[in-house]
Design a protein around this ligand. Structure first.
Ligand code: ZN
Length: 304
């Protein structure tokens, strides 16, 4: 009996060690997607984001669901501290003060954040949130939110002219162009690639402190855009925290759901931006298949 217990114990310890070894090699980073309210199809976008991060084989991913819009938010207390990365797929009712404070403290202390698409329209009246996302839109944002920021003749322009913050033209394919090609998120990728049909946000404005534009796209007036080179991928630092902000990846419904989130450029920059935000480095290999300057590419790996 004694011998049998010992053998079982040894086997159990061996299994545990193997589990720890395999975990630490492959999925050592923990991410939390915060969602539950959005003017988009968050039910599918949050699952797609989870699959994108898990596909990198370096993240394990949890999802935190808020109450539905209009319901009591007082019990929505989120502890961000166990996570290397928070992915914001939320725009809607104010978080309770404790959750807001937890989030700001998490970022100040070095937490990583991915700001995804419509999260830039959340919380127009929360100053720290707006510093963390760098640029935002909608929700009544105007010149009080900060300058418009865009690229003109290879230079970053901060434009304080009055006007609304946040708009986009019609969904279309557009060329994404690296502005900081040697940044770890973009290093090794082509400097220009065609993005599958998506909304191209323009006229975003915000504090834009400690913000770098990694890539931009020309918002062609023929699709209802500004005619300016609008930032589409950005990094922000806030305290010790690193933030990767992607305006890409509109999630609609039905047939219009997938093109943007399946676009290889979105998938790869989200995986790499997430790793950079979590660790300050990117260890992922550059994929063999990537869109070219003229041909977009979709990766059809999402599970229903
Ligand atoms: Zn959208």
């Amino acid at each position: 009996m004694h011998k049998r217990i010992t053998r079982t114990a040894v086997l159990a310890i061996f299994s545990l060690v193997m589990l720890i070894v395999s975990c630490s090699h492959e999925t050592s980073l923990k991410a939390l997607i915060v969602t539950g309210q959005n003017n988009h199809n968050w039910q599918r976008s949050s699952v797609a984001l989870k699959q994108i991060l898990e596909k990198s084989e370096i993240f394990t991913v949890d999802i935190s669901l808020s109450p539905a819009a209009g319901e009591d938010m007082s019990g929505f207390i989120v502890d961000f501290t166990p996570y290397d990365l928070i992915v914001l797929d939320f725009t809607g009712d104010d978080w309770p003060e404790e959750t807001r404070d937890n989030f700001v403290t998490y970022v100040q202390n070095g937490g990583g954040v991915v700001v995804y698409h419509a999260a830039s329209s959340a919380f127009p009246d929360w100053p720290e949130y707006n510093e963390i996302i760098g640029l935002g839109g909608w929700g009544g944002r105007d010149e009080g939110a900060g300058p418009y920021v865009y690229i003109e003749d290879g230079e970053v322009v901060r434009d304080n002219s009055p006007g609304r913050g946040g708009s986009h033209g019609r969904v279309h394919e557009f060329l994404v162009q690296a502005f900081q090609p040697s940044h770890p998120v973009l290093n090794g990728l082509p400097e220009k690639w065609m993005h599958a049909e998506d909304e191209l946000y323009d006229q975003l404005r915000g504090p834009a402190k400690n913000m770098e534009i990694l890539a931009y796209a020309h918002a062609d007036e023929k699709f209802g855009g500004t005619g300016r080179n609008e930032p589409v991928l950005m990094t922000i630092t806030y305290g010790k925290g690193r933030i990767f902000h992607t305006v890409l990846g509109h999630a609609g419904s039905g047939d219009s759901f997938f093109p943007a989130m399946e676009s290889a450029g979105f998938v790869v920059t989200t995986q790499r931006g997430a790793e950079w935000a979590a660790t300050g480095n990117v260890t992922q290999e550059v994929p063999a298949a990537f869109p070219t300057e003229t041909q977009s590419l979709r990766w059809d790996f999402f599970e229903e």
